[in-house]
Design a protein around this ligand. Structure first.
Ligand code: HEC
Length: 110
C-alpha cells in the first residue's frame, strides 16, 4: 500500500506541468526519445547532418539525414510511425510525443 502511495506521488510530481517547461521537455525528448537522440543524425537544430560518405567508382556517395524543420505535421508524423526507413531507427513514440517534437523543431525556425 505504501509503495502504491509512493509511486503515485512520484507520478504526480513527474506529471506536474510546472515542474519543467514545455520547451525543456521538448528539448529533452529530442535528445533522448527512448532510443538514439534525433540530434545525432538530424543535428542540434533539425536541419540535417552528413552521416558519412563513400566512393562508388568515381562518384562519392554522401549519406545525409534530411532537414526535418520544414515538413508538414502529417509528413512528420508519418515518417515517425512508419517501419520502412533505410537508415533511421524505428521509434515508439506516442502522438503527444510526436506533437511535442514537431513543436520543438518548428518553433526553432523563428
Ligand atoms: C541514425 C540516424 C537517425 C536518427 C537517430 C534519427 N533519424 Fe530521422 N532520418 C534519418 C535518415 C537517414 C532519414 C531519411 C530516411 C532514411 O533513410 O531512413 C530520416 C528521416 C526522417 C524524417 C522524414 C524526413 C522527410 O523529409 O520525409 C523525419 C520526420 C525524421 N527523420 C525525424 C526524426 C526524429 C524526430 C528523430 C528522433 C526521434 C529521428 N528522426 C532520429 C536518420 C535518423
Amino acid at each position: 500500500m505504501r509503495q502504491i502511495f509512493f509511486f503515485s506521488l512520484c507520478l504526480t510530481v513527474m506529471l506536474a506541468n510546472d515542474f519543467i517547461t514545455k520547451e525543456e521537455y521538448a528539448k529533452m525528448l529530442y535528445h533522448n526519445p527512448r532510443g538514439i537522440g534525433c540530434d545525432r543524425c538530424h543535428g542540434e537544430d533539425g536541419r540535417g547532418l552528413e552521416l558519412g560518405r563513400y566512393k562508388d567508382g568515381n562518384r562519392t556517395v554522401i549519406i545525409k539525414a534530411p532537414d526535418i524543420t520544414k515538413l508538414t505535421f502529417t509528413k512528420f508524423r508519418q515518417a515517425l510511425i512508419t517501419k520502412d526507413h533505410r537508415l533511421m531507427p524505428q521509434y515508439f513514440l506516442t502522438n503527444k510525443e510526436i506533437k511535442t517534437l514537431y513543436y520543438y523543431l518548428t518553433k526553432k525556425r523563428k
